[in-house]
Design a protein around this ligand. Structure first.
Ligand code: FAD
Ligand code: EPU
Length: 337
């Protein structure tokens, strides 16, 4: 195993922030994961697991060992009459997996096209977009315990998936390395076209009968129209979660702000944080090398050379301002390190 010292993580996270890992290694198999974990234990190094770095904000150098997951492989486990069960290595790029499914006519992940990052990180926050969440196609996952080195299988109910939540962000935080994720995908599509502008875009392209490919293309087009490409402008997607309010609280706000967008959920009304941030005057605002994206106020950006501390400071200023104006606390979606 090749362990490097003092490695800049600038190219390994989508915010493009230049902090270093004291020690850094890339692992391509489950055995290498165990080897790296044992090495860290021997040397009393802290461990940090990195996928595609698209949901982390580095605010300092990382002391200890950064293990970057690059376990590859897509295996068809079982084919049934109406579904397939597919196991995917944690280091596969999420969007490559989506494209593989579309090519094979396996339905379920097309609305999740173009989400950056790896398959292994997808259960961490139960990734979601355009009316679909990972939990709807999730079958199970395999993870290695970080100090006992045993392999454990988690079924869907063990993962306690919620909106941008899972057991791995809570009770099991920092305890496991996810090495593979198994999906159940339909052979006959059941399209989710009701969310956002999907239907509108399909119509614009003259699509009468949607296919996995046309739906995926529509999602990509919508995403590209508002979300910055991290290769051009550093960001980590939505910086905050959309807050859920009790219905009564939402109704009170609606009296003052009749335009406020709200979506009913089982827990209450989910409010668009991007709208709140825009109303508070932050959209497109820039402070030095960091700022709020001009097309999507929920996305904080690094124009180049910005620091994690500056992004963090900006995020706190936004939180304070939203609390002052609307009495709503915004919770970051991004993982601070
Ligand atoms: P990383 O950023 O590397 O890691 C995220 C967290 O997971 C860290 O705490 C890390 O330690 C942990 N982790 C990573 N891999 C493993 C593993 N194998 N085992 C254990 N722990 C692990 N998210 C959405 O849900 N929906 C969207 O629509 C969406 N759009 C985005 C758009 C843009 C432009 C960007 C930049 C981000 C977007 N995101 C979105 C956020 C991000 O893409 C997802 O959270 C993604 O799943 C992160 O994957 P990653 O491999 O980059 O994880
Ligand atoms: N809005 C504004 N101003 C803005 C941004 C948004 O008024 O600057 C309003 C929009 O007009 C719309 C509403 O807010 O009425 C929702 O906006 P959008 O459809 O862009 O989605 P979002 O709620 O901002 C969420 C996810 C995204 C996901 C999209 C599509 C969260 C935190 N974010 O964004 O996920 O791609 O929906 O499903 O749930 C991510 O998690 O990183 C991410 C990008």
């Amino acid at each position: 195993m090749n362990i490097q010292e003092n490695v800049s993580l600038k190219a390994y996270t989508t915010f493009g922030i230049d902090h270093k890992a004291e020690f850094f290694t890339i692992v391509q198999s489950v055995d290498e994961v165990v080897e790296a974990l044992k090495k860290a234990e021997e040397n009393h190094w802290k461990v940090f697991i990195l996928g595609g770095g698209s949901n982390v904000l580095l605010t300092k150098d990382i002391q200890g060992l950064v293990i970057k997951l690059e376990i590859k492989g897509i295996t068809l486990i079982k084919e049934e009459e109406d579904q397939v069960i597919v196991e995917v290595g944690a280091g596969e790029v999420w969007h490559d997996f989506v494209c593989f499914c579309i090519k094979n006519n396996w339905a379920g992940v097309e609305n999740l096209s173009l989400i950056p990052g790896t398959v292994g990180a997808s259960p961490m926050q139960n990734i979601g977009a355009y009316g679909v969440e990972l939990k709807e196609v999730f079958h199970s996952l395999t993870a290695i315990h970080r100090t006992e080195y045993s392999s454990t299988r988690f079924e869907a109910e063990d993962c306690k998936f919620g909106y941008r939540e899972s057991v791995f962000k809570n009770e099991c935080k920092d305890q496991y390395v996810i090495t593979s994720v198994t999906f159940k995908l339909r052979k006959t599509p059941h399209y989710h076209l009701e969310y956002g502008a999907i239907q509108e875009v399909l119509q614009q392209h003259g699509v009468v009968q949607p296919t996995l490919e046309t739906v995926s293309k529509a999602v990509i087009e919508i995403r590209e129209s508002k979300l910055p490409n991290p290769k051009i402008l550093g960001n980590a997607g939505s910086f905050f979660k959309n807050p859920t309010l009790p219905t009564s609280e939402f109704e009170k706000l609606k009296l003052h702000y009749p335009q406020i967008p709200g979506y009913p959920t089982e827990e209450g009304i989910k409010v668009a944080a991007g709208w709140l941030i825009e109303q508070a005057g932050w959209k497109g605002r820039r402070t030095g090398q960091v700022g709020v994206h001009e097309k999507q106020a929920l996305v904080l950006v690094n124009y180049g050379g910005g620091t994690g501390a500056e992004i963090k400071q900006l995020s706190v200023a936004i939180q304070n301002s939203i609390f002052e104006k609307f009495g709503i606390s915004l919770t970051p979606e991004v993982n601070f390190i």
